[in-house]
Design a protein around this ligand. Sequence first.
Ligand SMILES: NC(=O)C1=CN([C@@H]2O[C@H](COP(=O)(O)OP(=O)(O)OC[C@H]3O[C@@H](n4cnc5c(N)ncnc54)[C@H](O)[C@@H]3O)[C@@H](O)[C@H]2O)[C@@H](O)CC1
Ligand SMILES: [K+]
Length: 493
Amino acid sequence: MADELLTVAEMGRADRAAMAAGVPGTVLMERAGAAVAAAALARWSPRPVAVLCGPGNNGGDGFVAARLLAERGWPVRLALLGEVGALRGDAAWAASGWTAAPERPVERLETGVLDGAGLVIDALFGAGLSRPLTGPAADLVMEVGRRGLPVLAVDVPSGVRGDDGAVLGCAPRADLTVTFHRRKPAHVLLPGRLLCGEVVLADIGIPDGVVEAIAPRTWENGPRLWGARYPWPRPEGHKYSRGHALVSGGAVMTGAARLAARAALRAGAGLVTIAVPPETVTLYALSLPSAIVLPAPDGAAFEALLDDPRRNAVLLGPGAGAGEALATRVLAALARDRSGVLDADVFTSFAGGLEPLALRLHDRWVLTPHDGEFDRLFGPLPGSRLDRARAAARACGAVVLLKGADTVVAHPDGRATVTTNAPPDLATAGSGDVLAGLIVGLLAQGMDGFDAACAGAWLHGEAGSTVGPGLIAEDLPEALPAVLRRLKAGADA
Ligand SMILES: NC(=O)C1=CN([C@@H]2O[C@H](COP(=O)(O)OP(=O)(O)OC[C@H]3O[C@@H](n4cnc5c(N)ncnc54)[C@H](O)[C@@H]3O)[C@@H](O)[C@H]2O)[C@@H](O)CC1
Ligand SMILES: [K+]
């Protein structure tokens, strides 16, 4: 499946470009409806179907699918929101194909159309959804849910907004969603992703060059994006050529920096120094045999460690304790030519204003807030998670990774990815520290900020899935070798 995600506007441009290149809209619609019918035939045994059509082209796809399924002998009832006479353009053409057979009426959109149905095809609204579902459309969607009928959604479950996956009013929970040409953000962002069920991407004959011309800026995260630049160890390499991460450890919440340091090592950093309060050296050293544990009694001592340019990537935040001391360390790290990750307590330490950070940050730094931390640092920004992460990256000049079940990574230049492989088991203490550690480990090896953030988020998700139920954060670095082995096998193929 292609990784690009097209906004609704970009998909509209793709449709228009295809038509300008000589593919008529009716041909696109016929192929879209055929893909829906094919998906129904492939997934379900023959059964009575209720096709719910809306007033636009999404409904047009429904008319085509209904005709094709009826031609295959499936009992099909079709109901339309509005009047057939009010349909325009390609949708009117598609409707005429259905009504051409006198035994195929167009029913009013009422719940009775569901009686006897063993499958619902939801073709009410797609890209054109402009307001919350109300009236008969909402009644039908609610009734489909009450009856527990299987649902095949055309393009998106009706009520799910294409650009952000938000539900306007209500939306059915689909078993299968057939979308066209490229997926939209709604197929990967929550809650949309959960309502789509399995997503099938159908080729409706829009030439590939069209996507290249549109140059989309959003992708589903995966190794196809960054795998070619993954910093695999080279035969002639040695530990000094694999980067040296510096992790700042705290006095009380010592687990956070230890988890991060271990993850940085597992991600392949040649060396990891963890700078800790002197009274905790033994504790850190005993649990991290492969890391260098050094005492840093104060800011000056930490700066002395920073001054060694071989320590090329820095992690600040996990277990650090918010406040002036942490803020000073952050600014000291940013004053040097380093890459790094800012996490956790850093966001509280700079909650008063972004300016001191924004002045010094650049795109070899990655900020990894969850939603609460994000709002603390950037304020409540409008729009989807994609919009907000992009705006934040632009505002601070660094890569922003907005954590969640649908983690977004955004670069200040507007590129963004959505990560979809994170299992819910990852919602556990210390999981974010591991993520920060993975990213700093990759930065230390020379990956750029965007690649390191994307690769870190994806590896984190894969490690989480490898462990599965019962996962605790300590398991994640240990799961990494198996994940990397699989990645390498794929990358080498
Ligand atoms: N040539 C094309 O543009 C193609 C479009 N395709 C299909 O066309 C869809 C987009 O078609 P449209 O742009 O016509 O949009 P939709 O079919 O999603 O809906 C547009 C209509 O619904 C109305 N509407 C929006 N929200 C409403 C609400 N909550 N309650 C009541 N009415 C509401 C709008 O006023 C408009 O009349 C895609 O999702 C896809 O399924 C496919 O056929 C492939 C080709
Ligand atoms: K739909």
